[in-house]
Design a binder for this molecule. Structure first.
Ligand code: PLP
Length: 511
């Protein structure tokens, strides 16, 4: 049958063919996820291996689905690192779940492109409502909700926290320029521990030439707990004002990437007030809160303290795709003043004009993001919230925090190791003690070697960072039990691996 025969009514297949292949794909996913625990977590693929295993040219004639599924197993799977493995403890997790996968499938099935309200009202309005729900679930102030802020504020789904930071910075730049600032004078502030996406946003927005350009980007010192120092922020703001520059954008982090530290948002806002009354008073400046990972924990009231002061923020984001069971990509991003955002991004060619937009009666999400087009991502978040309920999400987060505590106590009970930072939520940062390895440098080498050995077993995957420990920047393993299927036995098994390889790692590190 030709793919465009009249009975190929489901996107180039008959409904029967699609049903059969759809079942096969869902079976494949179910088998994969049910068995992912037994796979080596880290892909052992060498550079170029997957590329070379694929034909140089695309098929000229329709290919066979049996062959495609066979190649999925033969060519693709060896090059996959199993982020959904319960023994994936690296970076921050990238949670998936059955309702989110079903949401992705439904979104692809509908094939909606939701750039304008008019191009699918449900795509926009479901997203608006789900973002209001999420704001309620993590305890954000009403100013960030559509339904409680007279539509001044509201939320949107971005692909990533990096995109959220970029769009916040672009809005901040526009607001400062509207307030009379010289575009060449605008300055950005974040901490030395902030995610690289903030500097990257400054590069893309034209406020930094490259990653090391500090002419208008300030990386503010942190305290012993890796939190941005409010006094250091105030003095940086003052010295820029004295030099005729304009403080434009401050990004605070709730849950830094290296150690999950929490910047004191309220103290930072007060420090800005003191140093530059026009920042909030204009308003000219913009305070963004990047809670990419840790924001998910705010579904539990006992963790909401990390967002104390968020009522002073202009925008805030977190990624349900990291730790809230919503398959990549899904970043919830809220703004207090949606006008400031759309003033910075809205361009309306004739071909996008329509009655609803012209009447100003609707939200057009194309103006809340960098691209024009957008997927129906709210479906997956909606289904996740419905499937687990707030109660289920809270239980899930609390269990992962408990697993972090379990791992922390095992590290603490072995005197060869030390915690390299206070544990926050479920992130444990640890390393060999200097005296276990002989010196700081040897402890660094041994810690790196330990991680390499453990990862090479394929039975667990961790990643590293460098953190200030006793005056030096030291090599540290980050252990984050946050995969959807992680259980206490996976955490205990991982610790047994660390112990098994510790002696050899110390010997190799001292060699
Ligand atoms: N901000 C923080 C604190 C992060 O930890 C990360 C990634 O781990 C990001 C931003 C970037 O996230 P994304 O991949 O969504 O851009």
């Amino acid at each position: 049958m030709h793919p465009f025969d009249d009975d190929a009514t489901v996107g180039g297949m008959t409904p029967e063919q699609f049903r059969a292949l759809g079942h096969r794909a869902v079976d494949w996913i179910a088998d994969y996820l049910a068995g992912v625990e037994s796979r080596g977590v880290l892909s052992e693929s060498k550079p170029g291996e997957v590329y070379d295993a694929l034909p140089e040219s695309p098929p000229e004639t329709p290919d066979d689905w049996d062959a495609a599924f066979a190649d999925l197993d033969r060519v693709v799977m060896p090059g996959v690192t199993h982020w959904q493995s319960p023994s994936f403890f690296g970076y921050f997790p990238c949670n998936g779940s059955a309702p989110a996968i079903i949401g992705e499938l439904l979104s692809a099935g509908l094939g909606v492109q939701g750039m304008l309200w008019q191009t699918s009202p449900a795509c926009t309005e479901l997203e608006m409502r789900v973002l209001d729900w999420m704001a309620e679930l993590i305890g954000l102030p009403d100013a960030f909700r559509f339904d409680r802020s007279d539509r001044k504020g509201g939320g949107v789904i971005q692909g990533t926290a990096s995109e959220a930071a970029l769009i916040a910075l672009v809005a901040a730049r526009r607001r400062s320029i509207d307030a009379g600032a010289d575009p060449a004078s605008l300055c950005v502030y974040t901490s030395t521990q902030a995610h690289s996406s903030i500097v990257k946003a400054a590069m893309i927005a034209g406020l930094a030439r490259d990653a090391d350009d500090r002419a208008r980007v300030r990386l503010i010192e942190t305290d012993d707990e890796h939190r941005m120092r409010a006094d250091a922020l105030a003095s940086a703001v003052r010295s820029d004002l004295d030099a005729g520059r304009t403080p434009c954008f401050v990004s605070a982090t709730a849950g830094t990437t290296s150690s999950c530290a929490f910047d004191p948002i309220g103290d930072l806002a007060r420090a800005i007030d003191d140093a530059d009354p026009a920042f909030f008073g204009g308003p000219r400046g913009w305070l963004h809160v990047d809670a990419a990972y840790a924001g998910a924990a705010c579904v539990c009231p006992e963790f909401r303290w990390m967002l104390d002061g968020v009522e002073r923020a202009d925008s805030v984001c977190f990624n349900p795709h990291k730790w809230l069971l919503t398959s990549f990509d899904c970043d919830c991003f809220w703004v207090r003043d949606a006008d400031a955002l759309t003033r910075a991004t809205s361009v309306t060619p004739e071909y996008l004009r329509n009655q609803a937009s012209d009447a100003g009666a609707v939200v057009d999400y194309r103006d809340w993001q960098a691209p024009l087009g957008r997927r129906f991502r709210a479906l997956k978040l909606w289904l996740v919230l419905r499937h687990f309920g707030a109660e289920g999400l809270r239980a899930y987060i609390r269990e992962h925090v408990r697993l972090g505590e379990v791992f922390e106590s095992m590290v603490g009970a072995d005197d060869r190791f030390e915690l390299a930072a206070t544990r926050h939520l479920n992130l444990v940062c640890f390393r060999f003690r200097d005296d276990a390895a002989g010196s700081s440098e040897r402890a660094d080498a041994a810690t790196a070697e330990l991680m390499r050995r453990v990862n090479a077993t394929g039975r667990a995957l961790c990643t590293h960072t460098r953190l200030a420990v006793a005056g030096g920047e030291r090599y540290v393993i980050r252990f984050c039990p946050g995969a959807t299927g992680v259980r206490e036995r996976h955490v205990r098994d991982a610790w047994a691996l660390f112990q098994e390889h510790a002696g050899a790692a110390i010997a190799a590190g001292s060699a």
